[in-house]
Design a protein around this ligand. Structure first.
Ligand code: NAD
Length: 357
């Protein structure tokens, strides 16, 4: 990975992580350890019964519940939840769910400075970052602030094991995207690359076993371990073409987040492999194909992950506009992002073709 010839700077913020089967039972202790007594529990509407279980685990420290989290963190919902947090005098936020619920928690933390304990059940990785994406008037923007980074992450294998495969598989592809792009990040370090490689390995091993037996606790545990590593990579280094394209497609065409990552990943990695093949060698080795993009495509196909943008509701007529939006704001990428190859790449992703034809 050539790190010894490269200078690097790394700043690792010491977030607290509690990992394991039934780790959620330590929630009341974690709240008390932060000196807090009034927890606001957050979830999506469909996860409100899980939120009720979490309320029971908080015991006397449970002060209220807000089960209105939705994808892309709309500002109006964050403001409503913030008002509620103030009304009940919450002194800590407890989020149970995926990136949408954790996004809501981060948005309230930004507005109030409250500490957060998060219990992730998807593999999206938001829990390990100081990044918040918010949507206002249909436009998604991203900010980075230490205020939004959760103080404690509780990874409970048994809590995450209820995630249906149709959510878990694309979510795993979302996690792989953080690791794969982390390998060639401009600001990567030996540690971020170690985490990326180990995260890729964990999913390569665990995901086929999760698909075969969704209740296998070892496989679920290893996938969650992979999610922590891949999320930590996202929290440490800057991302490039892949994340930019997914942001564009999600924000401007309202495509589902994890599914879009799943489709785009093999194509974006194939595009960049032309410029930095040696940095993507771990992907080739772990997924057993000399071409890292094809390796990821074949893995996604075997896992029955989403492969085509047209299946996610994107129209063929949207592709030109997607290219324009992606080109509008220049951003760093190891290979220059040019109109013609980008358009060809999106066409292949729209059709669900193997990258490179
Ligand atoms: P999500 O949080 O929207 O969850 C997907 C769906 O799965 C939801 O409807 C949820 O209710 C449901 N679900 C969750 N657990 C379930 C369970 N056990 N059983 C049944 N259903 C369950 O999806 P996600 O992919 O985790 O998050 C996507 C959002 O997170 C996007 O808005 C994205 O921008 C954001 N995100 C942010 C970061 C960051 O660092 N800021 C990183 C990754 C993702």
């Amino acid at each position: 990975m050539l790190h010894y010839r490269k200078q690097f700077i790394t700043q690792i913020s010491a977030g607290r992580v509690r990992f394991g089967a039934d780790a959620r039972y330590a929630l009341a202790d974690e709240i008390a350890a932060l000196g807090c007594q009034r927890a606001l529990i957050l979830s999506t509407a469909s996860q409100s019964s899980v939120a009720e279980d979490i309320i029971r685990l908080c015991g006397a420290a449970a002060a209220g519940r807000f089960s209105g989290a939705v994808m892309h963190t709309p500002v109006e919902i964050s403001e409503r939840a913030t008002d509620y947090a103030k009304k009940i005098n919450a002194d800590i936020l407890v989020a149970v769910g995926g990136g949408s619920t954790i996004g809501l928690s981060k948005a309230i933390a930004l507005r109030t400075g409250l500490p957060q304990i998060v219990l992730p059940v998807t593999y999206a990785g938001s829990e390990a970052t100081a990044i918040l994406g918010q949507t206002e008037n249909g436009i998604k923007s991203t900010l980075t602030s230490p205020l939004v980074k959760p103080e404690v992450i509780i990874y409970d294998i048994n809590l995450a094991a209820t995630l249906p495969l149709k959510v878990a598989i694309p979510s795993a592809m979302n996690a792989l995207a953080h690791a794969a792009e982390g390998l060639y990040a401009r600001d990567n370090s030996p540690l971020s690359s170690l985490m990326a490689v180990e995260g890729l390995r964990a999913f390569r091993k665990a995901l086929p076993r999760v698909v075969e037996d969704p209740k296998d606790p070892d496989a679920r545990g290893e996938a969650l371990y992979g999610a922590w590593l891949c999320g930590s990579v996202l929290g440490q280094v800057g991302m490039a073409l892949h994340h930019k394209l997914c942001h564009t497609l999600g924000g401007s065409f309202n495509l589902p987040h994890a599914e879009t990552h799943s489709v785009i990943l093999p194509h974006a990695i194939h595009y960049n492999a032309a410029a930095v093949p040696e940095m993507l060698t771990p992907v080739s080795e772990i997924f057993a194909n000399a071409s890292p993009g094809i390796a990821l495509y074949d893995f996604a196909k075997k896992m029955a992950a989403p492969l085509a943008l047209r299946d996610l509701g994107l129209q063929a007529s949207d592709l030109d506009r997607a290219v324009e939006i992606a080109l509008a704001k220049p951003y760093w990428n190891p290979r220059p992002v040019e109109r013609k190859p980008l358009r060809e790449m999106l066409q292949a992703a729209w059709l669900g073709e193997r990258p490179g034809g």
